[in-house]
Design a binder for this molecule. Sequence first.
Ligand SMILES: C[S@@+](CC[C@H](N)C(=O)[O-])C[C@H]1O[C@@H](n2cnc3c(N)ncnc32)[C@H](O)[C@@H]1O
Length: 207
Amino acid sequence: MQIESIKRIYANYSYFYDLLFKQFFYPRQRHVIQTMKIKPNRKVLDVGVGTGLSLPVYPRHCYVTGIDLSTEMLKKARQKVERFNLSHVTLREMDAMNLDFDDDTFDYVIATFVVSVVPDPIKMISEMKRVSKKNGKIVIVNHFQSHNKFIAKIEEWITPLSRKIGWRSDLSLDDLVKSADLEIDNSYKLKKIDLWNVVFVTNNKSN
Ligand SMILES: C[S@@+](CC[C@H](N)C(=O)[O-])C[C@H]1O[C@@H](n2cnc3c(N)ncnc32)[C@H](O)[C@@H]1O
């Protein structure tokens, strides 16, 4: 998917995104953010923050930066910042594959339902690692290709269609782990049968 079509798709989603996706995404965001047990004064980056569904969950004792490519999605996130008076949250329009932050800036970097949306997930993860401190925590929540060969094939077939509605269905976690050199602490699903994985990673960069 090209950046321009992603922008167009999510500009359209922005009006009814919460109505459509909150029921699926919010419980998973709440779970991971609570599990992260973020300590006071720590810096958090929420990559592809979208309409800011996750923002009210972050503890007020940390500093949260949310970035997104879509002006319209960010507009909805800004409304939440105002409505909930989230003075610990900053929002910026930015490409996840080219983050405008110094190396080693954040203690926690989180991306929920984004890694299969961007054109180059490996570049996005390498940027997440770069801006995260060494041994910082990276959390990814996403749909990954099934290990069941039959389902995996279907996911490959429907990917041209799913791209048209904003994401790909055939992203392999195993390939991503290998290509992006991810050191996984924990990877699981919230329910026995679930479309989404929760992946906790320690940033293993060498310097
Ligand atoms: C499925 S939504 C997920 C939003 C939010 N993380 C959530 O869990 O509700 C995907 C988001 O990724 C954003 N996005 C897509 N490509 C991006 C990029 N290259 N850089 C930053 N954000 C991007 C979209 O604009 C959209 O807001």
